[in-house]
Design a protein around this ligand. Structure first.
Ligand code: 4AD
Ligand code: MG
Length: 461
């Protein structure tokens, strides 16, 4: 494997000829020397390639190199005289692999994130998106590490489903029917028996239901894959396509679930603090002051716990501050989540035991008949980052709730049967991966922590 710039930068000066490949970030030219900063995405810093024009003797080639060009340079690692780097490359030969004309959209000045979103195919070549990409990678790897180290089995749940996990009707339909000429039944309704799957199918909003079936065999499982929601929320925290991590544990109650979620979040945050200090310093300087300190404190302090009822009591005292005042039964909106975490607890908060009306059908019902064993983890500046629950493992109670919600149980027979064949308490949660990346990097808009964002009215590339 070829050595990357991150590793080259740690080398000591020597006479060995080495090769570096990458894209020119900047070029500085003087009468006698030309400096190229070459970046290959392996780290924030580039390798400074120094070309002594007299001995290089090919000014035409140098003139044709500009920002954005792909180059391959050979030379020796020498001590750098400039203050910005320890070592640099004294170039002996250079190949212009891919020239770059000067209509290249990424010029040296700082671009806005909105402009860069339009240039999403090039934005990983900027410092900001390079850093986000590396941090996202660290977090994805840490997700697998955490679960693998703790004996969880990675399960791939389907992306096309016939069930609606969250029951919110926010699904994208998958069809091959000709929309100009939809087959109809005698009563005028759509004849889905003529559709590809012979019935209505949708993109999944969550792998949980299928994940539960595997947990009831493998005990501890996790999924990590894309999920889709046709939510008409045009906000900085909603995507129509996002990645979710969903562990599911059998013989586990809500307490075990919350413990797992807290350890998991701390583990992936810690991984970034340990592996991406250069990127974190960049975010600290250009994106959000105090970011590293906040993350360190999140990693080292226990999360606050409160029930929904307690949370509402806290919030009600400050109702005059909210656009939407709360009372028992209200959904906790973003403004309330922030107030709870930023003003009241000053750290992440796990809220439990929500009214059943505002949570999904599958959550375990408490004996009070009013609340369910759901939990959300709320984080300062972000709001909800994790949603989870203990699942209803009693067949009759699940069936009664589904009937109450007038759910059509034809697509859930297998899910219900899981409660007949060796049922056991089980629990799980879902982490929105982009929400987590956004939290760690401080990046304001969720559209800037996924390579190609999809959101209501937005599907570029
Ligand atoms: O709270 P949610 O809807 O929970 C579930 O889907 C459960 N099935 C999870 C489980 O128990 N296995 O979604 C889980 C998380 C949210 O807390 C949030 O972080 C993220 O997914 N999320 C979104 N992220 C980006 N864009 C959206 N539109 C999101 N909707 C949810
Ligand atoms: Mg939720």
């Amino acid at each position: 494997m070829k050595e990357r710039i991150k590793s080259l930068l740690t080398r000591e000066p020597s006479s060995e000829i080495i090769t570096a490949e990458g894209w020119v970030r900047t070029k500085r030219d003087s009468k006698n020397v030309c400096f190229l900063e070459i970046n290959d995405g392996s780290c924030l810093k580039g390798l400074q390639a120094v070309i002594d024009k007299a001995s290089f003797n090919n000014n035409n080639l140098l003139d044709s190199i500009s920002t954005g060009a792909a180059v391959s340079v050979k030379g020796t690692i020498v001590e750098s005289l400039g203050g910005n780097q320890k070592v640099e490359l004294a170039v002996t030969s250079l190949v212009l692999v891919g020239p770059c004309p000067n209509d290249y959209p990424l010029q040296k000045k700082r671009h806005t994130v909105e402009f860069l979103r339009e240039q999403a195919y090039l934005r990983p070549r900027t410092n900001l998106f390079g850093a986000v990409t590396r941090v996202r990678n660290t977090m994805a790897y840490a997700v697998h590490q955490f679960f693998q180290e703790n004996g969880f089995v990675y399960v791939n749940t389907p992306l096309i489903t016939a069930s609606d996990c969250e029951g919110a009707g926010e699904q994208f339909q998958v069809t091959t029917l000709d929309l100009q000429n939809v087959p109809k039944k005698e009563d005028g309704s759509v004849d889905y028996s003529k559709d590809f799957f012979g019935k209505i199918a949708n993109l999944t909003v969550s792998g949980q239901l299928e994940g539960e079936t595997y947990a009831m065999a493998m005990k501890n499982i996790y999924t990590f894959g894309p999920t889709f929601r046709a939510e008409e929320s045009n906000t900085s925290r909603h995507l129509a396509e996002f990645w979710m991590i969903e562990p599911e544990m059998a013989f586990c109650d809500l307490e075990g679930d919350m413990d797992c979620a807290e350890s998991f979040l701390k583990y992936i945050f810690k991984a970034v603090l340990e592996k991406n200090s250069e990127d974190m310093a960049f975010f600290e300087q250009f994106v959000l002051k105090g970011l590293t300190e906040t993350l360190e404190s999140v990693v080292s302090t226990p999360f606050e716990h409160m029930t929904y009822t307690e949370a509402i009591k806290h919030l009600e005292k400050h109702n005059e501050k909210f656009e939407f005042p709360v009372e028992w039964g209200s959904d906790i909106a973003s403004e309330h989540e922030r107030y709870l975490t930023e003003v009241i607890a000053k750290r992440p908060v796990i809220v439990t035991d929500y009214p059943k009306e505002i949570k999904s059908f599958y959550m375990k019902q408490n004996d009070d008949g009013k609340t369910v064993r759901g939990m959300d983890i709320l984080a300062p500046r972000l709001g909800e980052i994790i949603g989870g629950s203990e699942r209803e493992s009693d067949y009759d109670k699940l069936k009664a709730r589904m009937d109450e919600l007038k759910m059509d149980d034809t697509n859930y027979w297998w899910y219900m049967n899981l409660r007949r064949y060796g049922t056991a308490p089980h629990s799980g949660f879902g982490l929105g991966f982009e929400r987590a990346v956004r939290y760690v990097t401080g990046v304001e808009n969720i559209r800037d922590v996924i390579p190609y964002p999809r959101a209501v009215g937005y599907c570029e590339y």
